[in-house]
Ligand binder design. Sequence first.
Ligand code: NAP
Length: 273
Amino acid sequence: MTHIAFIGGGNMARSLIGGLLKTGVPATKLRVAEPMAQARESLGRDFGVTTFDDNRLAAADAGVLVLAVKPQVMPAIHHELRDTLQRNRPLLISIAAGVRIDQLERWFGNLLPIVRCMPNTPALIGAGATGLCANLRVTPQQREQAQHILDAVGITRWIDDETLMDTVTALSGSGPAYFFAFVEALEEAAVAQGMPRETARMLAVQTCLGAGRMLVESNEAPATLRQRVTSPNGTTQAALESFSADQLPRIVTRAVAAATRRGAELAAALDKE
Ligand SMILES: NC(=O)c1ccc[n+]([C@@H]2O[C@H](COP(=O)([O-])OP(=O)(O)OC[C@H]3O[C@@H](n4cnc5c(N)ncnc54)[C@H](OP(=O)(O)O)[C@@H]3O)[C@@H](O)[C@H]2O)c1
């Protein structure tokens, strides 16, 4: 197996490294380039991986290079890495939110096999959802490699049409925040009725966890589970009718469209780089 090098040793890289080690990838196969000495020390201590303060050294003999830096850092690192990447042609995996494959090809060279991924924050606890999109140079074996790396922190789905990656961002990328906002609103609603905040939060949070687990573990459609807890003329029906009157699906559709548009705008801003 060839080396996997991470450029950027922040939160996402740490969760991917932790996940890969759990799947049995030896620490000796992993390299991380990270500018902060303190972060390098903790990566070495926590995972036993080799760390570098020079991106070129980490990338030197990598078969897979994972770009785990913020999108705005991406244009700056291409000067350092372009020659190495053109010489070795490793599989380039980018997890930078919103950065398009054509931008990566422009910065790092258009002969590279590239997989663009969009993970989400639950990846930090191994419960992520990642959309992956490959350019035409990615071989079936490299697709498997990329999927193996992202499967280490949750579930993965291939997206054939790259324009849908902005929808992935708006659905699963930003999605955790939608649920946090909903739990906040539930908590406030119960507090407004006189419930102590701590009790309201605990019940709201556990309800979110329980509903999520039922969705995953029952394998039933969300609509089926909803109908099952909705007795005719009962309390749930009263609440759902109120959601309907307030056009919940329209509210969600508009929010997801706004996030999709914003994703495309943020990527377009990087076109000037
Ligand atoms: N966190 C998420 O849930 C999530 C979800 C989806 C996608 N992503 C994407 O994943 C990427 C990483 O996110 P993150 O949350 O892991 O961010 P992060 O914790 O800030 O990690 C980025 C790391 O890259 C380092 N870095 C900065 N400049 C560098 C350079 N020139 N060369 C090498 N390393 C450099 C940073 O070091 P310093 O701290 O010293 O600057 C930091 O340790 C981002 O592009 C983000 O869009 C993250």
